[in-house]
Design a protein around this ligand. Structure first.
Ligand code: SF4
Ligand code: SF4
Length: 311
């Protein structure tokens, strides 16, 4: 068994003899325009079916709603009202305006630039955690750590038990159910999530989503370089007075040992539906085993005492 918590190189921990530099994403939400090109590219490359029947959510301009078994990239549209903007300002932070593209020299009067409304956009994806709850709890070994430090499901090994679904602290992995999959869809009942385009990485290709992103909001590369880029970008935004920018997933001392997918956010993680303090379930195993051992020793001592007294 590998290391259960704390900073580590995941492919070295998985004992890959010929490992590659760890790959990952840096998603800079301050330049995401919500075009959803990454969602479409991901579906096309991976032959993933559409979710539902083109129904509108009714609560947002976003119509995919969330990451899922068939949506491995999801661009969240977070529409913030005056109340939320006021709350964000009360924290003493200067807010980043997400300017929307305009035609010609017309002034940009789109919603993000009004005091009453702000739009946050973020392309979410599997975090490819350093300590991946999905992989650690899988009873069949269907999930594995690649030589690039990423986490991939082997469709033909997964038995559809769903243990990984409960093991992921981010709610990323999901079984493709009969309810959402059209007849003839492959991998129904099987756990599905982003592979970080493993089939492209082994051919030295950029993942489909990053390749397609028109604003370079999704950056792909060596994990260490991306974290350095992300820190520099936050420092730049802070220097410009945009102090609400912050990183998510770049802290290797967090509950999952840091993530392969790092994000620059413009509000607290909860606003984007991300857990503020994710923790891999197996991090508590040593303590649980210790307590079970103490309890077992106590029961053995009590049983021995009762036996000795009864003689
Ligand atoms: S985000 Fe969830 S599904 Fe992705 S590697 Fe981490 S635990 Fe696994
Ligand atoms: S890396 Fe590949 S599988 Fe993952 S979200 Fe991007 S396109 Fe989809």
């Amino acid at each position: 068994m590998g290391q259960l918590a704390g900073p580590t190189d995941p492919s070295a921990d998985a004992r890959w003899p010929k490992r590659k530099p760890r790959k990952g994403f840096f998603t800079d939400t301050s330049i995401c325009i919500g075009c959803k090109a990454c969602e479409v590219a991901c579906k096309e490359w991976n032959h993933n079916p559409r979710d539902g029947d083109l129904e509108l959510l009714g609560s947002s301009y976003d119509n995919t709603g969330a990451l899922g078994a068939s949506t491995w990239r999801h661009v969240a549209f977070i529409e913030q009202s005056q109340e939320r903007i006021a709350q964000a300002r009360e924290s003493g932070r200067a807010l980043v305006e997400l300017g929307m593209p305009a035609i010609g020299s017309q002034p940009d009067t789109s919603p993000p630039n009004t005091p009453e409304f702000r739009w946050l956009m973020s392309s979410d994806v599997c975090k490819h955690c350093t300590h991946a709850g999905c992989l650690d709890v899988c009873p069949t070994g269907a999930l594995f750590r690649t030589e690039f430090g990423t986490v991939v499901v082997q469709d033909d090994v997964c038995n559809g038990c769903g243990t990984c679904v409960a093991g992921c602290p981010f709610g990323v992995v999901e079984r493709r159910s009969d309810g959402t999959a059209a007849p003839g869809t492959r991998n129904v009942g099987v756990a599905q999530k982003c592979t970080l385009c493993y089939d492209r990485l082994v051919e030295d290709q950029t993942p489909a989503c990053a390749k397609t992103c028109p604003t370079t909001s999704i950056k792909f590369g060596d994990h260490d370089d991306l974290v350095a880029q992300a820190r520099a970008r936050v420092a730049q935004l802070h220097a410009e007075g945009l102090t609400e920018a912050r990183l998510y997933g770049a802290n290797e001392l967090d509950g999952v040992g840091g993530t392969g997918s790092v994000f620059l956010l413009l509000d607290s993680p909860e606003v984007y539906g991300l857990p503020p303090d994710p923790r891999v379930p197996t991090a508590d195993l040593p303590q649980m085993f210790k307590r079970a051992l103490v309890a077992g020793a106590g029961m053995f001592a009590a049983a021995s005492l009762a036996f000795w007294k009864g003689r």
